[in-house]
Every structure is written in structure tokens, then in C-alpha cells.
Design a protein around this ligand. Structure first.
Ligand code: MN
Length: 716
């Protein structure tokens, strides 16, 4: 396959440090899996993963990332599934491939305004930053070939890419990807404007080119004369979409009014970075524009960008009246600006090994993975082995032999051992790299080995989707009920079941990143007190509490009204009217309706005696009230008047911790039933209590009043 050969040549040239045979095998696997499939363009499908690997190569990937790039569409689109990939290439490759597959459910609805939340969903589902790098490469190639995709899909894909992929590339500082993705999206989202602007820009570039070359020459001469070493001077045009954005913000009506359509970059060596001397030199020779100097080295941009920026007049030949922006940075800063986190996350950018070094490193890696297997089998040997790699040369011969014997016994090939021994005895000079690597690696085993690549950007949040693919941000540990209350209080109050990714789950289920959540509700369902024990968000908690308190209040008001009416009736007075007018002046206060209800609530909850209230309302009736009061039947929700909990037998046993439920206030000889609460107390309800229908049947136990024969049946 010609294009794989091209990729392979580039790998030979740029990355001899990688295990290229392994990549060949991975390619063969992917090629076989995709055989017969075609892209929209009519090309064989395998061209796509090859192109993705090629794009990814700009980000200095490790070999596992490149393998995953080659395999990224295999599990979704072919008969080869994840277990096959894992069996063939190991768990790490499989993990990346499955992460990429999972990410494909992120499809942003066209009209959403929650870009930032979608970005977070994307990043938090990725788990490993390498997955993001591969996904961005994948998307970039899909955009490069978007003209072949059916037209009705183009705009949606472009919109999504602009919102998600370009924004993420920007956030991670991968400017090179961001600008290309944005320009490609722009082309499909506003073809007319794109066409217009790009034509105008081309004309501008043609005109500007000689000025730029002239300016470069002048700068080169200036630096050489001042004996300042530099890597290179390059000119870079702004990308089209950023110009478009500038014009949209009305910062400029026309292209010609934008100052910084291109910038010159002076890139200095990392070892001798004369950043500020170069700046001084420029300002001494050309006229700097005021307010255009920016020191992003003293104060880097939030995404980590570092450079000195200045704009000067008088550069680029005598005829040039345009100001020119110059950026001064070191090579490392430059690589960071282009590749962002990718520049320091994987192999160090710029680290290019010779063939021989690369071979040595591969050898060391192979031996290390053999030792890794050994340690998996005998984890207790870790300490010894660590000592061995660190102190080999000072170690006693006996101890050394002992450790080597384990390794041989376990099955480590003799030649690996010899080459390790050689590495030890040669010491730091030739093998410093491997030694450091081995030490770091072994130490890593003691901690969390492969965790360095983790992308834990949002350790306390998860992101889940509604059935309409709207995205919600919740705290880690949130449940479907939190989700329901987050959408609407009413949905929470009436929730009866939850579905996650199409499967019914308990309301206590812990939601995971990327779950698609659906809530089933019933209009007559109501919140349960035990929900408070597992909801995670404060807003759900307070909504449930408020609802329960409101219910309670209404019940107490009703009880208070009944109690007061009983007293009124006893002395031959009419019951309370709708407006509770009788209570208007109670306690010499001018009470509004809510204050009157409050009074009833205090009576209802037992804090205030209805007898006292009636006495104070009708002082002349005092004696009659008191007489009648003695005959008031039980029903006052005062603890003193309630049946005592030690009057209850649970499955025939006494003295178990029981509470009489406040919802139905059971009293003898009403048939009752027990319910084991989450606090492992037993709550007693009337068997007729309406709350029972909402409770978990498995938690019911039989209960009856002491001294009665009225035993209830367990319903479980
Ligand atoms: Mn793909």
C-alpha cells in the first residue's frame, strides 16, 4: 500500500526510536479488517487510519497512540471487536481504541448553547490525553475530506467540529490543529464569505510576500551583525477564520485595516535565549508602536503560551509603510505554541535519537517489559529489583547473583540478563538514559504506574446526556434523581424509575460520564424521605426537604383546624370559617391569613394546646371548656398522648427499636406493619397507609400491638 509506505518512510526518518515492526503488524491487522470497505471518496477505507496516524505524528506520539490511530475504526466498523484487538496488541492499545469508540457518542446538537459543557463532556470521557490527540487527528482528516460527505451532513459536522474539536485543540494549545480545523469548518459553514475573504487574502499575500522576504533578510542581517545566535526566522500568516472573527467583532471593516495579518517569528536556541536583548535590538533600530508590546514570558497566556510580541515601523524596505508584528521566542516555546500540551506530554519534542540510540532504547524497553511481567507474578520482589537497578555496581556479588538467579529461574532469557548486566557495569556513560528510565519505571510500579497520562481535568464532575442529547454537568456520585431535579423540580417530585443507556436502573444508581439518562414519572407519585439519604446535589436535597416540609405543614394545619373545631363544638360555637376569621385578633395581634395558619400549625404539631386557645378566645366560657376538655378523645399528635413504641411487637419480639410513623400515626387496634428503614430502625405504619405503596416490599416485617391478636402479615 503506497500511502502506508509513505508513512513508514516518515517514521523511519523521524521516529527510529519506535518499534516499527510492531506498527507494521498493526497496519496489516487494520488493513485486513477494513478490506473491501470504502470511504465516501471511493478510496479504500484503510487510507483514513493511515492519514490519521500521519496527522498524529506531528504531535510526537508514542507507539501505542500510533497503533490506536491505525486501529481506531476497526472495532466500530468491522467484524473485529475489542477482544480481538486486546488479544493481538495488549490492554493499553485496546483501552485507547475503546476510549475512542466511546467518544463517538458525543454528537453535538446543532442548536446548543452549552459549548463549554460539551467540551468538558468530551474531555472527561476521554480519560487519557492520547485519546484526545487521536480523536483530533481523526476529525481533522474527516474535515479535510468533507467534500465527499453527503451535503446535508456537511454543515452539522462542521458546526460540531468548530464547537468541540477546535475549542479543545485551542484549550490544549495545539494551535496547528485549531487553525486548520477552524478554517475547514468556516469553509462549510459560510461558503460565500469564505470564498470572498480567501480571495482577498490571497491577493494580499501576493502583495505582502516581497515585503516579508525583505524584512526577514533585514532581521537576519541585524542578528548576525550583533552576533546573536538564532535558530530561524519565519513569517506566518494569520489563519482565515481568525481574520473573519476579527472583522465580525467590527475591530476592522476591511482586511487592509488589520495590523497583524502576518507576524515574523524570531526563534532562538533554547541554550542561549537572548530574548530581551533581541527585543532591545529591534526597538533600537525600528520604531515600536506604543501599546503593541506584550510580554507573554513574564505573564504567559492562560493556555501557557509564551513569547515576546512587538510591532514596529520601518521594517521591510523603504516603500513599506505597514507596521509589522514580530514575535520572539525560544525553540521550546515555539514547539509549545504549535503543539501545546502535546509538546511535553509524550516524547519530548525535539528529542531525536540516532539509529543506534533508538535500537538501544528499544532493547531496554523490551527487557523492561519482561521484568514487568515478572513483577506481576512476584510483586514482593519489587523492592529487591529496585535496589538491584539502583545499586548494581555497589551490590555484593552474592546479592547480585541471587537476584539474577530469580530472574533466570523465572524464565528471563540469558541474553537479556547479559545485556542488562552490561548496562549496569558500563554505568552512567552509555546507558544513563535507560538507567533513568528503568529507575523511574520501577519506582512508578510502586505507585500508580500508568497514571501519568491520565486526563483528570474534572475530578469532581461528571457529564451526562438527556435523551435529546442535551448535556448536564453534575457532581461525581450523582444519581438519576439528581439528574431529574436538575432538569425540573416537578420531574424530580414525580420520578418513579430511571433508565440509563436504555436499561432500567435504581434511582440510587451512580451516574457515569457519558450516560444517557431518562426519567420515568407519574403525576401522582411523590417524593420519599429516604431519597435524602442518597441524592448528591444540594439543590435536589433542598427541593425534597421543602416538599416534605410543605406536606408536613399542610397536615399540621389540618390537624390544628380539626382540634380547634372539636373544642369550639364542645362549647357550642360554630367551626372556623374559610378565612379563619375567628383567629384574626388572637393574642391581641392583627393576624393575616398566613399568621392564622401558622397558629393552627402550632396547635397541630402539639406545641400549643387548643384548649388554651379557645379559653383565650372565649374567656367567659372557661368552665365549660375545661370540663369538655377532659373528654377530648385521643388524636392530639402529642408524644404524651401517642401509643408508646414499646407497645409494638415485631415478628413476635418486643424491645426492638421502632418508631411510630408520623404519616399515618398508627394507634391500637389499627392493623399495622413494620418497615426497615435505611437507618435500620423499624418504622410502624397503619396497614392502610398510602405511603406503603411507594416502599420497597423486601423491607417489610410483620408487626402487631402488644396484647392484641391482630398480627399482620409480611408482604415480602
Ligand atoms: Mn475515523
Amino acid at each position: 500500500m503506497a500511502s502506508y509506505e509513505l508513512l513508514r518512510e516518515r517514521l523511519d526518518r523521524e521516529r527510529p526510536d519506535l518499534d516499527l515492526d510492531l506498527l507494521d503488524r498493526t497496519f496489516a491487522f487494520a488493513e485486513k479488517a477494513h478490506r473491501g470497505q470504502k470511504r465516501y471518496s471511493g478510496e479504500p477505507y484503510i487510507e483514513h487510519p493511515i492519514a490519521v496516524a500521519n496527522i498524529l505524528l506531528d504531535l510526537n506520539p508514542d507507539v501505542v497512540s500510533l497503533q490506536a490511530a491505525l486501529l481506531h475504526d476497526v472495532t466500530e466498523d468491522t467484524e473485529y471487536k475489542l477482544p480481538a484487538v486486546k488479544k493481538e496488541f495488549g490492554p493499553e492499545v485496546a483501552r485507547l481504541v475503546s476510549g475512542l469508540e466511546k467518544l463517538s457518542i458525543v454528537k453535538v446538537p446543532g442548536a446548543t448553547k452549552k459549548h463549554e459543557t460539551w467540551n468538558k463532556l468530551f474531555l472527561s470521557m476521554a480519560e487519557d490525553i492520547r485519546i484526545v490527540f487521536i480523536k483530533l487527528s481523526d476529525r481533522l482528516h474527516n474535515l479535510r475530506t468533507l467534500q465527499y460527505v453527503p451535503q446535508e451532513k456537511q454543515a452539522r459536522i462542521a458546526e460540531e467540529s468548530l464547537m468541540i474539536h477546535a475549542a479543545i485543540a485551542s484549550r490544549l494549545g495545539i494551535y496547528q490543529f485549531k487553525s486548520e480545523i477552524e478554517d475547514l469548518c468556516f469553509r462549510y459553514l459560510d461558503p460565500q464569505k469564505y470564498e470572498e475573504l480567501s480571495k482577498e487574502f490571497e491577493r494580499y499575500k501576493k502583495k505582502a510576500q516581497p515585503v516579508i522576504s525583505q524584512a526577514k533578510k533585514e532581521l537576519q542581517k541585524l542578528l548576525q551583525e550583533s552576533q546573536i545566535p538564532f535558530e530561524k526566522i519565519e513569517g506566518r500568516f494569520k489563519h482565515l477564520y481568525s481574520i473573519y472573527q476579527k472583522m465580525q467583532k467590527k475591530e476592522a471593516e476591511a482586511l487592509a485595516n488589520i495590523y497583524d495579518l502576518f507576524a515574523l517569528r524570531i526563534i532562538l536556541p533554547d541554550e542561549t535565549p537572548h530574548l530581551y536583548s533581541v527585543l532591545g535590538l529591534l526597538h533600537g533600530h525600528y520604531l515600536p508602536l506604543q501599546d503593541r508590546f506584550k510580554d507573554y514570558i513574564a505573564v504567559p497566556k492562560p493556555n501557557g503560551y509564551r513569547s515576546l510580541h512587538t510591532t514596529v515601523l520601518g521594517l521591510g524596505g523603504e516603500d513599506n509603510e505597514q507596521p509589522m508584528e514580530i514575535q520572539i521566542r525560544t525553540l521550546a516555546m515555539h514547539q509549545e505554541a504549535e503543539l501545546g500540551v502535546a509538546s511535553h506530554h509524550l516524547y519530548k519534542a525535539g528529542e531525536r535519537l540516532t539509529q543506534k540510540e533508538a535500537k538501544m532504547r528499544r532493547e531496554a524497553e523490551r527487557i523492561l517489559s519482561t521484568i514487568h511481567e515478572f513483577l506481576n507474578q512476584y510483586p514482593d520482589k519489587k523492592v529487591d529489583l529496585l535496589e538491584w537497578t539502583e545499586r548494581y555496581q555497589q551490590m555484593s556479588l552474592e546479592r547480585r547473583k541471587e537476584i539474577e538467579n530469580w530472574l533466570l529461574e523465572w524464565g528471563m532469557p540469558q541474553e537479556d540478563l547479559i545485556s542488562l548486566r552490561r548496562a549496569r557495569s558500563r554505568g552512567p556513560l552509555q546507558f544513563q538514559g535507560q538507567l533513568d528510565q528503568q529507575r523511574a519505571w520501577l519506582k512508578g510500579l510502586a505507585g500508580s504506574s500508568l497514571a501519568q497520562m491520565d486526563l483528570d481535568l474534572y475530578p469532581n464532575q461528571i457529564f451526562v446526556l438527556t435523551p435529546h442529547r442535551d448535556v448536564l454537568e453534575l457532581p461525581k456520585g450523582a444519581t438519576p434523581l439528581d439528574f431529574a431535579y436538575n432538569i425540573h423540580s416537578e420531574l424530580g417530585h414525580h420520578a418513579v424509575f430511571a433508565k440509563v443507556n436504555g436499561r432500567i436502573v435504581p434511582l440510587e444508581y451512580e451516574l457515569q460520564n457519558g450516560d444517557i439518562v431518562e426519567i420515568g414519572s407519574r403525576s401522582n407519585a411523590v417524593p420519599r424521605r429516604y431519597w435524602l439519604s442518597f441524592v448528591k446535589t444540594n439543590s435536589a436535597k433542598s427541593k425534597i426537604k421543602n416538599w416534605l416540609n410543605r406536606q408536613e405543614r399542610e397536615r399540621f394545619i389540618k390537624i390544628g383546624r380539626d382540634l380547634l373545631n372539636t373544642q369550639l363544638n364542645a362549647i357550642g360555637k360554630p367551626p372556623l370559617d374559610e378565612r379563619l376569621s375567628l383567629l384574626k385578633d388572637y393574642g391581641a395581634e392583627n393576624r393575616d391569613l398566613s399568621a392564622r395558619e401558622e397558629l393552627l400549625e402550632t396547635i397541630g404539631n402539639g406545641a400549643l394546646s387548643p384548649v388554651l386557645v379557645v379559653k383565650s378566645l372565649f374567656p367567659e366560657e372557661e368552665t365549660r371548656v375545661e370540663e369538655k376538655a377532659k373528654k377530648v378523645p385521643s388524636g392530639v399528635p402529642n408524644e404524651m398522648m401517642s401509643p408508646r413504641s414499646d407497645e409494638v411487637l415485631i415478628t413476635g419480639e418486643e424491645n426492638l427499636p421502632v418508631q411510630l410513623s408520623s404519616c399515618c400515626r398508627p394507634r391500637p387496634p389499627e392493623p399495622i406493619i413494620g418497615f426497615v428503614t435505611r437507618g435500620h430502625a423499624i418504622r410502624i405504619h397503619r396497614q392502610s397507609c398510602s405511603e406503603l405503596s411507594g416502599l420497597d416490599g423486601i423491607r417489610f416485617v410483620s408487626a402487631h400491638w402488644k396484647g392484641s391478636n391482630n398480627t399482620s402479615k409480611s408482604s415480602s
